[in-house]
Design a binder for this molecule. Structure first.
Ligand code: IPE
Ligand code: IPE
Ligand code: MG
Length: 249
């Protein structure tokens, strides 16, 4: 399904398998032009569509989008409610385009915290798209890295308590498997828009060796060319995983 001919700059065998994005700057984008923050969130949906199309074109297997963090629950109630409504509307409206592009939807996070209309719509769209063979879109909702680590810890403690696991046998693999992200590979590339250079409690365990690309572009302005820049930046990096350059060849 990948259509790389359009992007000769891209090295075809070094396309990231998993790209994670902290989609930031919607509010500032709106305020800059005298609009309410919510207008920025609505425009941000267009950037999601564009990013998904590009990921499909490139044959990226997984794209994880940080859409709502655990900490975002502390925003004004009006904004939280409007974001939840935007989520329901978007996840419903985009079904035809997900089907057309072969995109499979998955969720990540404490979904049970979401309003029931969101849970229903998400479950419905996950179910309808589950056999699609293209890019997997992972929507991180009511998610934070620390939340997931706490849940994983509880899970591991229970395994030990039930005599299914020996404390001495706890490995990286044990933790990876206990996380909500267990079915996804670690992100190769993490992108954050809006000029902020922080992780904001995103995939803490999983990004241990991800390449990170920061851009000043605000999320509603994030276009294919910005995504392309991030991919090219990624391809210019040498991923050493602790080894020396000489060991890599
Ligand atoms: C990102 O944009 C979207 C969410 C966190 C839901 P923001 O709403 O954080 O926009 P800024 O950072 O305030 O500009
Ligand atoms: C991170 O953005 C969360 C999402 C993009 C969903 P925030 O805007 O919430 O992050 P901080 O508060 O600037 O760190
Ligand atoms: Mg923000």
């Amino acid at each position: 399904m990948a259509n790389l001919e359009l992007y000769p700059q891209i090295i075809s065998n070094r396309v990231p398998k998993h790209v994670a994005i902290i989609m930031d700057g919607n509010g500032r984008w709106a305020k800059k032009q005298g609009y309410l923050r919510m207008f920025g969130h609505k425009q941000g949906v267009n950037s999601v569509r564009t990013a998904l199309e590009f990921a499909s074109e490139l044959g990226i297997d997984f794209i994880t989008l940080y859409a709502f963090s655990t900490e975002n629950w502390n925003r004004p109630k009006t904004e939280v409610n409007a974001l939840m409504q935007l989520l329901v509307d978007t996840v419903e409206k985009e079904i035809p385009s997900l089907m057309k592009n072969g995109i499979r939807l998955k969720t990540l996070g404490n979904i049970s915290q979401l309003p029931s209309k969101c849970i229903k719509q998400l479950n419905h769209t996950v179910e309808i798209t589950k056999d699609n063979q293209g890019t997997t879109l992972v929507l991180a909702l009511s998610y934070s890295g620390r939340w997931d680590l706490i849940e994983a810890t509880k899970n591991i403690v229970n395994q030990v308590r039930n005599n299914n696991l020996n404390v001495e046998n706890i490995t990286e693999e044990t933790i990876t498997r206990a996380l909500n992200t267990s079915e996804f590979p670690n992100p190769d590339l993490l992108i954050r828009t809006s000029g902020e250079m922080r992780i904001s409690n995103f995939l803490l365990w999983e990004i241990a060796y991800s390449e990170i690309h920061f851009t000043d572009v605000l999320w509603p302005d994030f276009k294919k060319e910005d995504f392309l820049k991030a991919i090219l930046d990624y391809q210019s990096r040498e991923r050493r995983f602790g080894k020396t350059t000489e060991q890599l060849t």
